[in-house]
Write a protein that binds this ligand. Structure first.
Ligand code: SAM
Length: 253
């Protein structure tokens, strides 16, 4: 997969993509990430990429010409590239969209700055707009990195074991069950006995139950009761009862 990142601050993304899982995926040629400096496509002597907004108001707006030229250079090489503008006004990024993007051969992430980009770029040069959440950050670089990371780890071979993807939060529609590692006792807190039992069937059942309970407790919006099997419903009801006895309930209850 190819991911282009168009930015006026290439240094903000160059470091993070060299590290960890993404850095290794690049080394192993599982992914090609190209950081393109929009400023190089500005034609005036000062390489200007922003200007004052028509109609007045505060802040600056990214000029259309350097954006159009840099997006054009990507499209010229590959007309199939999906051009995505990072924007707080875009569709809300989630694991489903990460899977959707991971199936494409080429995406081009356009990072806005200042008050954003000239509306004509949005209307005529962009295929898609994505937001990473209902808040505003200073530029599109951090949102682009969030998307790169979430998408790259879904590509075949990028994670050590593709199995880690199967059970993690959101992939199954549930939050993931609690995880423990050594030592068995940490500051007097013990790992649940079941995880040390060696009984794989019972461990699977416990994990499913914990995932159901955790989702019910923390993200009830993800839990569609109609889609739960009768066994899931029973596991959840049982755990709600258990936790009630321990005084642990849904927040707000
Ligand atoms: N004035 C814009 C508005 O109210 O919609 C916000 C501009 S923001 C300060 C500058 C740039 O940061 C945006 O053009 C976008 O590329 C990026 N950005 C900010 N928040 C974002 C978010 N939640 N998701 C994706 N990109 C975001």
């Amino acid at each position: 997969m190819i991911i282009d990142i168009l930015t006026i601050f290439p240094g903000m993304v160059a470091g993070p993509i060299r590290e960890s899982i993404i850095g290794k995926a690049i080394e192993r040629k599982l992914i090609d990430i190209r950081v393109i400096n929009i400023r190089e496509y500005a034609v005036d002597t000062h390489r200007t990429t922003d200007d004052r907004p028509f109609g007045g108001g505060s802040g600056m707006v990214m000029k259309p010409e350097p954006l159009a030229a840099s997006i054009g250079s990507v499209r010229e090489n590959d007309p199939t590239a999906r051009v995505i503008l990072l924007s707080p006004q875009g569709r809300l990024f989630d694991q489903k969209i990460a899977f959707e993007l991971s199936r494409l051969n080429h995406i081009c992430l356009v990072c806005g700055r200042y008050e954003g980009v000239d509306e004509r770029i949005r209307n005529h040069y962009v295929d898609d707009e994505i937001s990473i959440g209902d808040y505003v950050v200073t530029g599109g670089e951090l949102p682009a990195l969030v998307i790169v990371d979430a998408v790259a780890r879904l590509l075949p071979g990028v994670l050590g074991s593709d199995e880690s993807l199967i059970e993690e939060s959101f992939t199954t529609g549930l939050l993931e069950y609690p995880q423990y590692t050594r030592p068995e006792i940490f500051e007097s807190h013990r790992v649940p006995d079941i995880l040390l039992s060696g009984n794989h069937g019972a461990i699977q059942r416990w994990r499913r139950q914990q995932a159901l309970f955790r989702t019910w407790q923390r993200r009830p919006d993800l839990l569609n009761n109609d889609e739960l099997s009768s066994e899931d419903k029973q596991l959840l009801a049982e755990e709600i009862e258990n936790k009630k006895d321990l005084g642990i309930e849904k927040p707000g209850n």
